[in-house]
Ligand binder design. Structure first.
Ligand code: TNX
Length: 761
């Protein structure tokens, strides 16, 4: 009941009759904006109670150093007295009676003074991070904090962000910066992905070869996984690891900012770097394992031998001396069972332990490791694959392959952290893949992150309690530098930080976006290389009564103008200003910009086939184009980086488009994708024919398509010229290439092809 009341009192808007601005992220659970400001000066003191423990004092010290850096004011930290407390000072006080949990706090800012209270140093730290966000972004005078009354506490206890340092090593300084940025936005758990196929990154004293050998790979794949056929490599060694001293330093740093680190040691899969260092841990001890130079999932995994368990226990024992947190992440994801199937030892082990399949063997593996970790007073987290073959008794599940794993685990009364790919993977594209830096794939714009509700509605209230929180995942296959990581992570991580903090209930993305926009200058001072997609201009189309297309341009920052061109030229403040929908009568590329950094380049394909129905005489692609009408939706698949706009054909294509009336048809064109490594082969022949009655067809082209298999991915155009013909029906037939040739990695397997839009002019 108490909790319900708390929720009802919540407000997300910066209401009240004040002209003050509050650009807080995450926004406090209970907030009242007030008139007036507290002014900080050289005589303002930060007051702590006489008995305050070292942790609370350190919170005060971190706060004053942050104020010094940002606002140029050196505030002394002083033990409080009744007289000082009445003065124009900032009081940080521990109040054990405050019933806001161990992360909650109360903050009152009035023109006379500032008072922050919390039951714990951690709560006090969050109060100071809120204060920090209330202060001006730059070293300007006066330094003021807008008046307000805040009672705050998080919705979830686990508010995480991970960082994969195996695919690309990230230096200690960056890891600290990452932790700092997390803490600034009240995220409390840093999941450090320290080992994987492409590099072992943590020094283990007992096994020096892990870093001597396992931390280095010979070279790295160039481009997207299937961009080149065959794959190309850069020839440059890549490596790096953290010494135990460095790890201890990072742990201390994180502790001072109340960030818990969850180290991840991957097992039984994603273990190629370890096997390269110690081949005896694999199922084929004589094999010349190599630290992986490309991405993906590898068949070589840890063999569940006593030697392996001894090794992993030694490793985990050292890991546990370095990381004091409760959780140790043991991976558990993407472990192919091939090596175990082929191993007489594994098959024998399964018989001895009455394990019915290799999934149960994986479960046996994880349970054995869990027992060891539990014996040291710690708990394991594993990716949702650890559900397969039965969950280890005390495991926490990280649900990444959607939410099903999280739901299943919660129903089995296991704690869950939600990190589903569709809403939490910050390695996915955040804008148009054609113009964004290369990413792994997917599409996750900021508003989609913000809309994510981590607690599945299908769980009962009791089961919902098992959802500990939510985490953003940052896999660095396509992020070679820390700058690039920042670009992908920010600002989307801030949306995650906010949804993990604010109470359950409807969310207002526009309000978040407005606060975020005003918060970005603060990130500039760090600085953070965040993506500017927030300023993007969005185009939506709508037909008008004359059947023309109207393009509406919108953006989140309502306080700037939009300028555009339709002739392909660069837009600027001297080109046409957007005042209302742009009417298009032919295929047009609109290029637009705002003075605040927004931009848009989008081609609107207008043609006679747009939105016209079509029928398949052949089988449909598995993404059910019947529902999406990708072939006439007016959107072209303008890059192989994204497959969203492409319709797939697993056999031959035989599609007939109905224009509704007999009309002049002069040209029909369409594109085919070529991504050879993905078995995506353009068709071997295409015929394009038109008809007035749907019976007699006149063929404009019927020709073989030839292309080189080797080389980069590509888009192949096919055009049929009809000069002055008239027709109602357009028929496209294309022949599937059949099977992958003998020298292809998937030799003998069926190929498929993809096309986007049947453009009729
Ligand atoms: C799957 S998420 C993986 C990672 C990759 C990631 C790329 C998970 C548990 N495993 O190894 O880096 O996809 O998005």
């Amino acid at each position: 009941m108490k909790y319900l009341l708390f929720c009802l009192l919540v407000s997300f808007s910066t209401f009240a009759q004040t002209t003050n601005q509050y650009n807080l992220i995450p926004f406090p659970a209970r907030f009242v904006g007030q008139d007036g400001q507290f002014t900080l000066s050289a005589s303002t003191r930060v007051l702590v109670s006489p008995g305050t423990d070292a942790a609370a004092r350190s919170v005060a010290q971190i706060f004053v150093s942050q104020v010094k850096t940002t606002n140029g004011l050196a505030l002394p930290v002083v033990t409080t007295s009744p007289a000082l407390a009445k003065g124009a000072n900032i009081t940080l006080s521990i109040n054990k009676k405050l019933a806001l949990g161990d992360e909650g706090y109360k903050l009152t800012v009035t023109p006379a003074r500032v008072i922050a209270e919390a039951a714990t140093p951690k709560g006090l730290f969050y109060a100071t991070q809120t204060m920090r966000q209330l202060l001006p972004v730059a070293q300007s005078t006066p330094v003021t904090m807008p008046a307000c009354a805040i009672t705050d506490k998080p919705r979830y206890g686990y508010r995480g962000l991970n960082l994969d340092v195996s695919r690309h090593f990230m230096p200690v300084a960056f890891v600290k910066k990452y932790i700092d940025l997390m803490a600034m936005h009240k995220q409390n758990t840093f999941h450090w992905h320290l080992t994987d196929d492409q590099g072992w990154r943590i020094e283990i004293k007992k096994y020096p070869r892990l870093t001597q050998i396992g931390s280095k790979r010979a070279e790295t794949l160039i481009g997207q996984y299937s961009q080149n056929y065959p794959q190309q490599f850069d020839g440059k060694p890549h490596g790096g690891f953290y010494t135990q001293d460095e790890i201890r330093d990072v742990v201390r740093y994180a502790q001072s900012r109340f960030v818990t680190i969850v180290p991840e040691i991957e097992m039984p899969g994603h273990a190629l770097a370890a096997l390269t260092a110690y081949p005896e841990l694999g199922c084929e001890p004589t094999k010349a394992y190599q630290v992986a130079t490309k991405w993906g999932v590898f068949d070589d995994v840890f063999c569940p031998s006593d030697k392996t368990f001894g090794f992993l226990q030694d490793v985990l024992a050292e890991v546990m001396t370095l990381f004091p947190g409760k959780y140790i992440h043991i991976g558990g994801d993407e472990c192919p069972k091939t090596a175990w199937k082929n191993s007489a030892f594994c098959q024998d082990l399964m018989k001895k332990n009455k394990l019915k399949d290799e999934h149960e063997l994986q479960s046996y593996f994880i349970r054995r490791i869990e027992k060891f970790v539990n014996s040291k007073g710690r708990a394991i987290i594993g990716w949702d694959e650890i559900l397969e073959g039965g969950l280890a008794p005390n495991a926490t599940v990280m649900s990444w392959r959607g939410t099903a794993g999280g739901i299943a685990a919660a129903k089995q009364k296991h704690p869950v952290i939600m990190t589903p790919g569709a809403t939490c993977y910050l390695d996915h594209y955040q804008g148009n893949p054609a113009t964004e830096p290369l990413a792994i794939g997917g599409y996750l714009p900021l508003d989609q992150v913000y809309a994510y509700e981590p607690t599945p509605a299908e769980l009962s209230p009791a089961e919902q309690n098992y959802i500990l929180g939510v985490q953003g995942n940052v896999w660095t296959e396509y992020m070679p530098t820390s700058d690039h990581v920042e670009y992908m992570v920010f600002p989307r991580a801030l949306a995650l930080a906010e949804i993990a903090w604010i109470p359950k209930g409807p969310r207002n993305f526009e309000d978040f976006a407005q606060r975020l926009k005003n918060h970005l200058p603060r990130l500039n001072t760090v600085p953070v290389n965040y993506a500017k997609r927030l300023f993007d201009i969005t185009a939506t189309t709508q037909p008008n009564e004359q059947g023309q297309i109207q393009v509406r341009l919108t953006k989140l920052d309502s306080d700037s103008q939009i300028f555009y061109t339709t002739n392909g030229k660069e837009p600027s403040e001297r080109t046409t200003e957007y005042i209302g929908p742009i009417t298009l009568t032919k295929t047009t590329t609109i290029r637009a910009m705002t003075p605040t950094g927004g931009n848009l380049t989008q081609t609107f394909t207008l043609h006679k086939g747009k939105n016209k129905p079509y029928t398949y005489a052949t089988e449909l692609g598995n993404d059910s184009d019947a529902k999406t009408n990708k072939l006439t939706d007016g959107v072209r698949g303008d890059t192989p980086r994204s497959r969203r706009e492409w319709a797939n054909f697993f056999g031959n294509m035989d599609v007939t488009l109905d224009l509704g009336d007999v009309t002049s048809v002069t040209k029909v064109s369409l594109n085919f994708l070529k991504v050879i490594l993905d078995k995506n082969f353009p068709p071997t022949s295409v015929s394009i024919a038109i008809s007035r009655d749907g019976k007699d067809y006149k063929e404009a082209i019927d020709q073989p398509i030839t292309y080189e298999l080797t080389g980069p991915w590509d888009i192949l155009p096919v055009v049929a010229d009809f000069k002055t013909a008239r027709a109602r029906y357009v028929r496209i037939r294309a022949k599937n290439a059949g099977v992958c040739p003998a020298d292809h990695p998937d030799a003998g397997q069926k190929t498929y092809f993809s096309t986007d839009e049947i453009v009729v002019e």
